[in-house]
Design a binder for this molecule. Structure first.
Ligand SMILES: NC(=O)c1ccc[n+]([C@@H]2O[C@H](COP(=O)([O-])OP(=O)(O)OC[C@H]3O[C@@H](n4cnc5c(N)ncnc54)[C@H](O)[C@@H]3O)[C@@H](O)[C@H]2O)c1
Length: 403
């Protein structure tokens, strides 16, 4: 099905950005909210992104006007009668999402695809609230959507292949990288990131290294920014919420570091309030150092880059083992979604594991498991690969094959 017109519901942080991405591709798009102030804010976001391009000489003012004219901001569903796809970007509450989907099905054509930008909620559950579960799909953009290339495409239990194909094609027409991910808590990128962010937080809490040192070591390894810089940007409250959710769903290997709760209790929610792991403006990180001192130094805890990266690699292996995504897709999603690299080349976790040697990663996980427990239990597929001699680049076979 060709998509001639799109709708976006919710003009907040994500809705405004998604609207810009769609209009930039040349497609007309209706942007709906219930709050006129948020609608204005959403349109201001779009205008600011385009104005930035004009200022940099990447676009003429006339082009900007023509792109802006593709967007119709509205408080009603009047212009939704001919949309081919609707992306909902309303707050992350299942009840609100379901209510919006029910409203939509009364006003859009029967063929319209329902996409949700949810970060974590179940697409299958949402689809059950509609009259078209075969047309319901997750379309998870990353923030800021006008910059981030990755879109995770999440089919629910009843999503048709045709819907998946249409949405992949639509995503590519937006000049984004579409990676199909089977429904699982955290989808792919957040599921893989959280064990890494969590382990870095354990290292800090246990006094094994400072936030600055951990960040620097991880950047040296190949991440575009360190875990604490990233968590301050994401919001510590958001990290705690996602951490709790993944712990509920996956169990002990995702046990959140207690330091998250202490920071949230202390109101250190990250850059948005001027203080998180680091202090910004007039704030310092002294209160965080005091909290860490109160935990006491854990003498058996040591920081190494492997200690924080191996849980991410192990989770990537678990995702492959569960058929959540194909091997190449896991690597591509992590490159596009996080900017991972290794040895100066853009590489995802499975390709990195191949470079390090799967036997080396497995030995490392086993040693960490002996010291720190469940967070490091090696994935069964990793053990199987090593037993089969698929040790990575040096054996010409690991997760990938090498000539
Ligand atoms: N913010 C992020 O970094 C991020 C990243 C990826 C995905 N997401 C997901 O995107 C979705 C939106 O997140 P956000 O950060 O943009 O939220 P937000 O709070 O910034 O915006 C939500 C918008 O929805 C509007 N809204 C509320 N109820 C509505 C209704 N019934 N009909 C129409 N509009 C309604 C609100 O007025 C608001 O403008 C969530 O599911 C979130 O999990 C967020």
């Amino acid at each position: 099905m060709y998509i001639f017109k799109a709708g976006v519901v919710g003009a907040g942080t994500m809705g405004g950005e998604i609207d810009q991405v769609i209009s930039y591709s040349g497609l007309p798009v209706v942007l709906k909210d219930i709050d006129p102030a948020m609608l204005d804010r959403g349109m201001a976001t779009v205008r600011k992104i385009y104005q930035g391009r004009v200022d940099k000489g990447k676009m003429s003012a006339t082009e900007m006007d023509s792109k802006m004219s593709l967007i119709e901001p509205t408080l009603s569903y009047d212009s939704f009668g001919d949309v081919d796809i609707v992306i909902e970007a309303v707050p992350e509450k299942m009840a609100i999402k379901k209510a919006v989907l029910r409203e939509l099905q009364a006003v859009v054509p029967e063929t319209t695809i329902f996409a949700s930008n949810t970060s974590a909620l179940s697409i299958s559950e949402m689809s059950a609230a509609t009259d078209r579960p075969n047309k319901m799909i997750g379309m998870h953009f990353f923030n800021p959507a006008h910059v981030m290339k990755l879109v995770e495409i999440i089919p629910g239990l009843e999503t048709s292949q045709e819907t998946i194909d249409d949405v992949v094609m639509f995503t590519e027409s937006l000049r984004k990288i579409a990676v199909v991910v089977q429904e699982c808590p955290g989808f792919l990128v957040n599921r893989l990131l959280m064990p890494y962010l969590n382990e870095a937080t354990y290292c800090l809490q246990e006094g094994a290294a400072t936030a600055t040192d951990i960040d620097a070591a991880v950047v040296e390894f190949g991440m575009p920014m360190g875990p604490f810089t990233l968590m301050d940007m994401l919001g510590i409250d958001v990290c705690q919420y996602v951490g709790d959710y993944l712990y509920d769903e996956y169990g002990p290997r995702m046990t959140p570091a207690p330091l998250f709760y202490k920071l949230v209790e202390a109101g250190r929610l990250g850059e948005k309030v001027g203080k998180g792991f680091y202090g910004y403006g007039g704030e310092t990180d002294k209160p965080v150092r005091d909290i860490i001192a109160a935990f006491g130094r854990d003498p058996k805890s040591e920081f190494s880059v492997e200690r924080v990266i191996y849980p991410l690699i192990n989770e990537a292996v678990l995702a492959v083992q569960e058929n959540i995504a194909a091997i190449h897709d896991v690597d591509m999603a992590m490159i596009a979604g996080t900017g991972m690299s290794y040895g100066g080349e853009r590489k995802g976790p499975l390709a990195i594991a191949d470079e390090i040697g799967l036997d080396v990663v497995l030995d490392g996980l086993n040693s960490f498991y002996a010291l720190y427990g469940e967070r490091f239990r090696p994935a069964r597929l990793l053990r199987t690969k090593v037993r089969a001699g698929h040790r990575g680049v040096k054996a010409r076979r690991g997760f990938h094959e090498y000539a």
